[in-house]
Design a protein around this ligand. Structure first.
Ligand SMILES: O=C(O)CCC(=O)C(=O)O
Ligand SMILES: [Fe+2]
Length: 317
């Protein structure tokens, strides 16, 4: 069988913040060591694997994946009623060359409206699972961001700044399917991009397809463990770190009959927040790379300019 695939295997760093069921204690030696590794991974790869098998997350994840097929099987007419003034949230069906791609984006504040819109009789298990997922990911993102700060030796006082870059969460559901007319073994892709928010936690239900571009320009397929996530640095965190953290470019390839379902939890600032490089991360080795910018304006810019260098064009100095 011919594989149109020149990918190499990139082994991403894989972390587990729990040891014997106990979460690393903030400030402990082990936590500090882990902080260095997390920062390094975010600088070198722009992403890492996070193992996470906490019981409530496991349960929420299972409910969410069980609901994904029924969700995308809802009538086209109902799906199209999910309209949002916010960029990237409105229901989308895209037909790339030979890939059918569908997605919904739902802000944390909209979860109940969303489940009621898709299931007029409501869907309490899914609503609860989404609320649980979004609040847990918000907690974990705080943990990760504190580690990154620790990794840069930035003091505790900056935690409120960190809080402001992760104050909203958004969940996106994705479905990918190779078109019927494409050859079984044709690989079909979703265009390469960096995420426009601060941090992304992404998982799939076993049909893989996520590929990440290394800094040296090579694509690698990423295997997301069943009890874990890929954590990706987005443009906002890159700007905040004055370009020291790498926002990983990624894309999805699927082939053959099986559909890929994935969902991501995205942490982001509030739209009115001004994002700017942290003052301590601007030095002679890392001269200031970005001007301060309004997050909401950046997002709107990205929505109408689907380029992978949006951050550089919009805010680069
Ligand atoms: O489905 C995936 O694995 C990737 C999704 C993604 O990149 C996104 O929603 O931004
Ligand atoms: Fe993405």
């Amino acid at each position: 069988m011919e594989m149109a695939c020149e990918n190499e295997v990139m082994v991403l760093p894989c972390f587990d913040f729990c040891k014997g069921g106990v979460t690393l204690e903030e400030g402990s030696e082990e936590w500090k060591e882990m902080s260095m590794k997390v920062r390094e991974a975010c600088e070198s790869y722009g992403c890492f694997i996070l193992k996470y098998d906490e019981i409530s997350i496991k349960g929420a994840r299972e409910v969410i994946f069980k609901s994904m097929k029924p969700l995308f099987d809802v009538s086209e007419e109902t799906k199209q009623q999910h309209i949002s003034p916010k960029p990237f949230n409105t229901y989308k069906f895209k037909n790339f060359e030979n890939l059918n791609y569908e997605s919904f984006g739902v802000d944390d504040a909209e979860i109940e409206n969303f489940t009621n819109l898709m299931w007029p009789q409501g869907n309490t298990p899914l609503r609860e699972a989404l609320e649980c997922m979004s609040s847990k990911m918000s907690e974990i993102s705080m943990f990760v961001l504190k580690m990154i700060m620790e990794g840069y030796g930035v003091s505790q006082n900056y935690i409120s700044a960190v809080e402001s870059i992760k104050s909203c969460s958004n969940i996106r559901f994705n479905k990918y399917k190779a078109s019927a007319n494409s050859n079984d073994y044709d690989h079909v892709t979703r265009f390469p991009h960096t995420d426009k928010k601060s941090l992304t936690f992404l998982c799939d239900d076993g049909v893989q397809g996520l590929h990440v571009l290394s800094k040296t320009g090579k694509w690698s397929e990423i295997t997301i463990p069943q009890h874990g996530f890929v954590v990706l640095v987005g443009d906002i965190l890159k700007a905040w770190s004055n370009g020291r953290l790498h926002a990983a470019t990624h894309r999805v390839e699927v082939s053959g009959e099986r559909e890929r379902y994935s969902f991501g939890v995205f942490l982001a600032p509030k739209e009115e927040v001004i994002v700017e490089p942290h003052e301590l991360l601007d030095d002679t080795l890392h001269p200031l790379r970005y001007r301060p910018f309004n997050y909401g304006k950046f997002l709107s810019y990205c929505a109408s300019n689907l380029k992978d260098d949006a951050l550089e064009v919009f805010a680069g100095l």
